[in-house]
Write a protein that binds this ligand. Structure first.
Ligand code: G16
Length: 543
C-alpha cells in the first residue's frame, strides 16, 4: 500500500502536561507538528502491530483534520484496526470504556478538555494505555524523548474514510470501524446504576437541568437522561457539540457555567443541576440554590456508594489528589478503608484502580470517577447523584447538610491567578520552596505550621516516585494552604492556591465559604507574596 516516509525535524516543547499535549490550534496546524507528535507516540510503543487503536475527540475545531491524519498514520505504522467514534466524537470516559471493552492496545483522545475551542483557541492530544487510562509518566516521558529525536514519520497516502458512516471501511490493510460513540458507554452506565429508580424519580415530577455546554456530552446526556431515563425534553440544554463550543468556555464551574448557576438560583429552579466540560470527564453538580464543591461531592458519593447497584459491595478504598479537600479522608476513616493521596493528574489513580486498592477517585478540579473506566467521568457522577436522590428522596442540600452533620465540614476554595508571567510564577514557587524550612513550626495568629513541604508521591503499586507536586503548608488544626502551578494551560502560567479549613460544629456550617476561609486566604498571600510578586490583588477565578 502507498506508505510515504516523510522527513521531519523535531519541534521543541512537545512535552505532555498534566493531561496530554495542549497548545493553540495554530501551533498544531504547523506543517508536521501533529504528525511529529503522533509518530512519537507510536515510536514510544512496542507490540502494536496488527492491534486495535481507539480514536476520538470532543469535536472541537481541528478534530476532524487530526483524525484524518492519525488514521493514515496508524495505517502506515501497522495498526490492524482503528475504532473511531462517528463524526470523530468520543468523550474521554467513553474512549476509556471502548478501549477496555474491546481490549484495544490503546487510544488517542483529541481534546484540550475544559479549554475553549475554535481557530484561535486550544487543541490537545493524549495517549491512553490499554487499561483505558491516561499514559503514566514513564510513557509520556518516552513520547517526549521520541519527539525530540524524530526524523521521519510514516503516513498512508490515498483512500478516504467517511467517519460519518457507521461500519467497517479500510485504509490499505487497516480496518477502520466507525462506531456509535454512545452505545458502549450507555450499556456500562445501565449496569452501574438503578435506572428504574431514576425513571420513577423523573416520573414523579423531579426536574433537572443538564448543561452540556455545546461540548461532547450532549449526545450522551440526551440518550441517557431524556432517552433511557424519561427526563422531559429540554432537560439537556446546549446539547449539540460545536467546534467552538458556541463561543463558550466549556469548564463546568461557578464562573463559566454561569447560565446553569443562574437557573439553579431562580425562583422556579429545577431540583438538580449539572454540567460537564469539553471532553466530558469533569462535572459540576448543584442543588436548588446550593453549590456542592467537587471535594464534598466525592465524599458524599463515597459515603452513599452502596445505594447504587454497581457498588453494593462497598468500596475497596478512596483516592484523591493532594490539593483535594480532606472530606473524603473522613468518609474513608468512617468506612474503615484507606484514602490515598496522589499528585494532581488522573493518571496517578490508574495503578490504584488496576490493583483494586481504590474504587472511587476524585479531584478538586471537578473530576470524580470509579474503577468502571480509567478516566474521570462527568456523566457517571451525575448518574450516581441521581441514583442517590432517587433512593433517598431528599434534596441535594439536605443530603449534603446531613453529611456535614455526621462528618464535619471541610470549608474549601481554590483561587486561580491565570495568565501570570512564567518568570513571576516560577519565582514565587522557588521562593516558597526556599522558605519551607523556615515555615515549619511558625505561628501566624491562631495558626501554627505543622508541616511545610513540596509534595512527593511514591506509587504504592510500582514504587515510582514523583517529586515537586505542590507546596503544602499544613497547620496544627489540619487546615491547609496548597500552592501549585497548573499543568494544563496554554498561555503564561496559572497559579492555583487551594485553601481548606475543617469545621466540626454543625452550628457553624452555614457560613459563607470565603468568609469562613478569610484568615487563611490572607495568610496565603502573606506566605507566598502573591500580590507582591504577581501584581495581582485578587484571583481571576474562585471555585
Ligand atoms: C486534567 C487532569 C486532572 C487535573 C486537571 C487540572 O484534567 O486530568 O487530573 O486535576 O487537569 O490540572 P492542572 O491543575 O494542572 O491545570 P482535564 O479535565 O483538563 O483533563
Amino acid at each position: 500500500m502507498p506508505i510515504l516516509v516523510r522527513p521531519t525535524t523535531p519541534f521543541p516543547g512537545q512535552k505532555p502536561g498534566t493531561s496530554g499535549l495542549r497548545k493553540k490550534v495554530a501551533v498544531f496546524q504547523q506543517p508536521n507538528y501533529l504528525e511529529n507528535f503522533v509518530q512519537s507516540i507510536f515510536d514510544s510503543l512496542e507490540g502494536f502491530q496488527g492491534q486495535t487503536l481507539v480514536l476520538g475527540g470532543d469535536g472541537r475545531f481541528f478534530n476532524r483534520e487530526a483524525i484524518d491524519v492519525i488514521l493514515r498514520m496508524a495505517a502506515a505504522n501497522g495498526f490492524g484496526r482503528v475504532l473511531v467514534g462517528r463524526q470523530g466524537i468520543l468523550s474521554t470516559p467513553a474512549a476509556s470504556c471502548v478501549i477496555r471493552k474491546h481490549r484495544a492496545f490503546g487510544g488517542i483522545v483529541l481534546s484540550a478538555s475544559h479549554n475553549p475551542g475554535g481557530p484561535h483557541e486550544d487543541f490537545g492530544i493524549k495517549y491512553n494505555i490499554g487499561a483505558g487510562g491516561p499514559a503514566p509518566e514513564k510513557v509520556t516521558e518516552a513520547i517526549y524523548a521520541c519527539s525530540q529525536a524524530v526524523g521521519e514519520y510514516r503516513i498512508f497516502d490515498g483512500g478516504a474514510v467517511d467517519i460519518d458512516r457507521l461500519g467497517i471501511q479500510h485504509l490499505g490493510e487497516m480496518a477502520v470501524e466507525v462506531v456509535d460513540p454512545v452505545a458502549d458507554y450507555v450499556e456500562l452506565m445501565e449496569r452501574l446504576f438503578d435506572f428504574s429508580a431514576i425513571r420513577r424519580l423523573f416520573a414523579s415530577g423531579f426536574r433537572m437541568r443538564y448543561d452540556a455546554m455545546h461540548a461532547v456530552t450532549g449526545p450522551y446526556a440526551l440518550a441517557i437522561l431524556e432517552g433511557c431515563l424519561g427526563a422531559p425534553a429540554g432537560t439537556v440544554v446546549n446539547g449539540t457539540p460545536l467546534p467552538d463550543f458556541g463561543g463558550g468556555h466549556p469548564d463546568p464551574n461557578l464562573v463559566h457555567a454561569h447560565d446553569l448557576v443562574a437557573a439553579m438560583s431562580a425562583p422556579d429552579a429545577p431540583d438538580f443541576g449539572a454540567a460537564s466540560d469539553g471532553d466530558g470527564d469533569r462535572n459540576m453538580v448543584l442543588g436548588r440554590n446550593f453549590y456542592v464543591t467537587p471535594s464534598d461531592s466525592l465524599a458524599v458519593l463515597a459515603a452513599n456508594a452502596r445505594l447504587a447497584p454497581g457498588y453494593t459491595g462497598g468500596l475497596a478504598g478512596i483516592a484523591r489528589s493532594m490539593p483535594t479537600s480532606q472530606a473524603a479522608d473522613r468518609v474513608a476513616a468512617a468506612l474503615g478503608i484507606r484514602c490515598y493521596e496522589t499528585p494532581t493528574g488522573w493518571k496517578f489513580f490508574g495503578n490504584l484502580l488496576d490493583a483494586g486498592l481504590a474504587t472511587f477517585c476524585g479531584e478538586e478540579s471537578f473530576g470524580t470517577g470509579s474503577d468502571h473506566v480509567r478516566e474521570k467521568d462527568g456523566l457517571w457522577a451525575v448518574l450516581l447523584w441521581l441514583n442517590l436522590l432517587a433512593v433517598r428522596r431528599q434534596s441535594m442540600e439536605t443530603i449534603v447538610r446531613d453529611h456535614w452533620a455526621v462528618h464535619g465540614r471541610n470549608f474549601y476554595s481554590r483561587h486561580d491567578y491565570e495568565g501570570i508571567g512564567t518568570a513571576e510564577a516560577d519565582g514565587l514557587m522557588d521562593h516558597l520552596r526556599g522558605s519551607l524550612a523556615d515555615l515549619a513550626g511558625r505561628r501566624f495568629g491562631a495558626y501554627i505550621v505543622r508541616l511545610a513541604d513540596d509534595f512527593a508521591y511514591t506509587d504504592p503499586v510500582d514504587g515510582s516516585v514523583s517529586m515537586r507536586q505542590g507546596i503544602r503548608v499544613v497547620f496544627s488544626d489540619g487546615s491547609r494552604i496548597v500552592y501549585r502551578l497548573s499543568g494544563t494551560g496554554t498561555e503564561g502560567a496559572t497559579l492555583r492556591v487551594y485553601i481548606e479549613r475543617f469545621e466540626p460544629d454543625p452550628g457553624k456550617h452555614d457560613q459563607d465559604t470565603q468568609a469562613a476561609l478569610a484568615d487563611l486566604i490572607r495568610l496565603a498571600d502573606q506566605i507566598a507574596g502573591i500580590t507582591l510578586r504577581t501584581g495581582r490583588s485578587a484571583p481571576t477565578v474562585i471555585t
